[in-house]
Design a binder for this molecule. Structure first.
Ligand code: ACO
Length: 436
């Protein structure tokens, strides 16, 4: 027996089993031969919410939650945020290497080439109510792109896949901007191919009657940095949705719509919108201690705090805090920053938050910057979805090319009735009586 094994004694049968350990993990299927008798299904592992289950091998993003480390393809997030553009990082996340000058130039052209939307897309958008949530419009419109590009279903052709990847990255800001302008009743603005990815997005959002909209370069760079920070984050809720839906070989527009739907929830990408609501509720620095006390006593959560993986300061939150200072030099200071900083200070000294290892996450400061830049809180998750599309697509492609992957299909522990006697309708007892 080598050292890289796990020895298990089944006390029900006194049988001993030896399971190989590889990369710090045992295979859940290796438990299946552990049975009480030949008719027994075999031992399963039970892991609601995937608290301790690796669902794939991945070489895209590395996180060390205890040390607060985040790397894309081996490069620390801080280095990428300082030296790269978002499209450069998108190339890295998708293809594994940073592009050289020629590669980057043609990649930027390819993405720019795909920013236009089919005119029919405008019609989908026009069908939404004026007060529809932009995230719901984004999810629905991305799904509707499957009707515009039916060839996307051919997911086994690498060049076809690449075409859809370019289209999705190119069109995401265009859809996001349309959803924003729809909610304001403004006419849609077509992309401007002379502009950078972030500046073009700002142009589509905010151009009014001027012949050429000039995005403030500091704000455009800040947005680009925020996009870099949000590009991927390994097996989170939305990446898992992308892989799970993609594992049925659904087309990439539908799988991306599913991932975006997962992102929209307040426990995931919707948290930054909730942070702003929370800061509004707190109202002033003086009210912070009472609010923290309320949360400590079990009334609600501090939105923008805590993370399934980070049990230390989220490295993205540090970069965002720095970016906030640059943004505020242009826009003026968002008064919510003072409340947020006081909240962070008090929470990080509080026993409850220290013991639970609850630190600010990426969503804590991003909303404050977005608001200072002129975005409404409803747009915050949309701003997250644009760059995260890169990560979803990288995860999707990696899943499709992984020979070990099959359609995602978890097991369950059944807790319901069995073999019940059928009752004719006149004999059935109302649900309110059986389950009051
Ligand atoms: N405020 C107060 N208490 C919290 C918070 C919080 N923000 N987050 C976790 N806790 C407490 C829980 O009550 C629980 O306490 P208990 O063990 O005494 O019952 C403990 O910490 C563990 O919390 P879980 O919910 O089990 O941790 P999990 O890993 O499942 O949740 C999550 C992670 C969802 C991010 C959680 O921390 C949370 O709800 N945070 C607020 C929402 C948020 O900011 N989400 C954005 C995450 S980043 C992203 O998705 C991009």
């Amino acid at each position: 027996m080598t050292q890289d094994t796990l020895t298990i004694v089944d006390n029900r049968t006194n049988q001993t089993y030896s399971l190989p350990i590889e990369n710090g993990a045992v295979r859940a299927t290796d438990f299946r031969p552990i049975k009480t008798d030949p008719r027994d299904f075999g031992l399963m592992t039970y892991d609601p919410a995937f608290m301790n289950t690796a669902s794939c091998r991945s070489s895209i993003t590395f996180i060390d939650g205890d040390r607060g480390i985040l790397e894309y393809r081996g490069y620390p997030i801080e280095v990428l945020a300082e030296h790269c553009t978002f499209l450069e990082v998108a190339y890295l996340v998708l293809f594994g290497e940073l592009p050289n000058e020629t590669e980057l130039k043609s990649w930027m052209q390819e993405i720019t080439h795909h920013t236009m939307l089919h005119e029919n897309t405008k019609k989908f958008m026009e069908g939404f109510r004026h007060d529809a949530h932009p995230m719901a419009m984004l999810v629905s419109t991305v799904a509707a792109l499957a009707t515009v590009y039916p060839e996307a279903r051919n997911i086994h052709d690498p060049s076809n896949r690449l075409l859809q990847i370019r289209r999705l990255i190119g069109k995401m800001p265009s859809i996001a901007a349309m959803s924003y302008r729809h909610s304001l009743g403004f006419p849609y603005v077509y992309p401007d191919n002379d502009l950078s990815y972030a500046a073009n997005f700002m142009n589509m959002l905010w151009k009014m009657v001027e012949p050429k909209y000039a995005a403030n370069p500091v704000l455009a760079r800040a947005l680009d940095i925020l996009f870099i920070l949000h590009a991927d984050h390994e097996q989170n809720c939305s990446a898992n949705a992308m892989r799970s839906v993609g594992s049925s070989h659904a087309d990439p527009y539908l799988a991306t719509a599913a991932a975006a739907a997962a992102l929209s929830g307040p426990l995931h990408g919707g948290a930054n919108e909730e942070v702003l609501k929370m800061l509004d509720e707190i109202g002033s620095r003086e009210n912070v201690p009472a609010y923290v006390k309320k949360v400590r006593e079990g009334h609600g959560r501090l939105m923008g705090f805590g993370h399934r993986v980070y049990k230390n300061y989220d490295p993205r939150a540090k970069i965002i805090k720095w970016t906030a200072e640059q943004v505020f030099e242009v826009t003026g200071r968002n008064p919510k920053l003072d409340i947020a900083m006081e909240l962070e200070r008090i929470a990080l000294e509080d026993d409850y938050f220290v013991q639970h290892k609850l630190y600010p996450n990426v969503d804590f400061y991003s909303g404050i910057i977005y608001q200072a830049m002129g975005f409404k809180p409803e747009m915050f998750t949309v701003l997250f979805a644009i760059p995260r599309t890169v990560g979803w697509l990288a995860q999707w492609q990696e899943m499709l090319l992984d020979g070990e992957q099959k359609i995602a299909r978890p097991r369950q522990i059944y807790t319901g009735h069995r073999a019940r006697q059928f009752l004719p309708i006149e004999k059935r007892v109302p649900l309110a009586v059986t389950h009051p």
